[in-house]
Design a protein around this ligand. Structure first.
Ligand code: PMP
Length: 407
């Protein structure tokens, strides 16, 4: 028995009262982005109504309110990830910017021709392209951890890729295309054993499971607020404090300097050295409200409920003849990608949309892993804690109807 009622929490999300084609909206596109509870929407409005100011730079009351709220949000991210210090939390635009920051600052400054970067076959394009570009620019070797037919990392093959030239391992905790949960802690340890640094992509994990950066011991971790029931345009890069302070800035301008003359520039320490210019103050505060919301329910409770819901949906989906599940790892979160024989992915997506069910179809910005699974595209329902078994039933019934309508 899980002490959690999805019907109750659903009421906290105003958009889930929308209708689509006359049907109640069923949001099964949570891996792309999540919906926002009223408390997040209200918090952002409150900022603009009562606190709006630039931060850190003024003597007046509103600057103090805005700065306090912004730094309180940083503290919430710190607690959420169990980081040691708020100095380890850099606000960025999202996971993509966090990865680019590490590639273009630390990577560009520390890697030399012949060094090796390891990524997994599961990665989102955001955790491939920045490394591929860096590798091409600097003559690095980009190596890829293969997966088995279920879509799980092959640890033996991973071990074979690691050597003294490996300087960085970058991989995801949860695959956005397959839902695979990778053995992150073990993989971090294996990388550290050869002296490599590790960047974890938490874009798909933070909303489904407890992510503890001290336990995982990764050197960096990135995530996006919009996939955690918070606003778009804000996310966080966690980095170990010493490592951040040893790294030269990514972008430069106001906010990040201690002292400027035309002869010499002195940078602030982290996190400010990585937050050049006026950041997304309102949405950082909105992200803080999202973390409050999730923490009130409890991320472990969310994980348990979603596990139950994913199993429920998977078992029903498997019973439909012609369904091929894409990604069948034993340890999965949220995602149940599939193809339906005899129908294009677009036809399936349109049929679902007619019933109010929002799913993504396409390659999900993860072309290498879909090709590894033998497909170019798929249909990707992805679940969150405000989805119910009744939502799943509508989804499943629609697929049965689609099948009986044709042929
Ligand atoms: N990594 C993964 C695993 C993702 O799922 C996503 C978003 N689909 C990203 C990175 C990029 O996140 P964003 O677009 O919010 O920067």
């Amino acid at each position: 028995g899980i002490n959690f009622n999805a019907h109750v929490v659903k009421k906290d999300f105003p958009i889930l009262r929308e209708t689509v084609n006359g049907k109640p909206l069923i949001w099964f596109d949570n891996a792309a982005t999540t919906q926002k509870p009223q408390s997040v929407i209200d918090r952002i409005a409150y900022f603009y109504e009562h606190e709006n100011s630039n931060i850190h730079r003024a003597a007046h009351e509103l600057a103090a309110r805005a700065s306090d709220a912004y730094e309180a949000a940083r503290e919430k991210v710190k607690v959420f990830l169990n980081a040691k210090s708020v100095n380890e939390i850099v606000f960025v635009r999202g996971a993509t910017e966090g990865i680019n920051l590490v590639a273009q600052s630390w990577g560009d400054q520390n890697l030399v021709a012949g060094d090796e970067i390891v990524v997994s076959n599961l990665e989102h394009h955001a955790n491939i392209v920045p490394w591929k570009r860096l590798a091409d620019k600097k003559g690095l070797k980009l190596r890829v951890i293969p997966v088995d037919d279920s879509g799980q990392i092959l640890l033996d093959e991973y071990a074979k890729l690691l050597n003294s030239k490996t300087k960085l391992v970058a991989f995801t905790q949860v695959s956005n295309a397959l839902g695979t949960v990778t053995p992150a802690k073990q993989m971090v340890e294996m990388a550290h054993a050869v002296g490599a640094k590790v960047l974890l992509d938490g874009a798909q994990s933070v909303s489904h499971m407890k992510v503890d950066v001290q336990y995982l011991n990764a050197d960096w971790l990135v995530f996006s607020g919009h996939k955690l029931f918070g606003p778009t345009g804000i996310g966080a890069l966690y980095g170990k404090e010493d490592l951040l302070n040893e790294t030269q800035p990514y972008q430069s301008g106001g906010n990040m300097i201690q002292d400027v003359t035309f002869e010499e520039i002195k940078y602030h320490k982290a996190p400010n050295r990585f937050e050049a210019g006026t950041g997304n103050i309102a949405d950082a505060i909105g992200l803080g409200a999202a973390i409050d919301y999730v923490s009130k329910i409890g991320i472990e409770v969310i994980g348990q409920y979603e596990h139950y819901l994913l199993e429920y949906a998977t078992n029903l989906l498997k019973q439909i003849p012609g369904v091929r599940l894409i990604g069948t790892a034993a340890h999965k979160a949220s995602v149940l990608s599939f193809n339906l024989q005899g129908f294009t992915n677009d036809e399936v997506g349109q049929a679902l949309n007619k019933e109010g069910v929002a799913v993504r179809t396409g390659h999900h910005c993860a072309q290498p892993i879909l090709r590894r699974m033998g497909v170019e595209t798929c249909v990707r329902p992805s679940l969150a804690f405000y989805n119910t078994t009744q939502d799943v039933d509508v989804f499943i019934e629609t697929l049965w109807k689609l099948k009986s309508g044709k042929k």
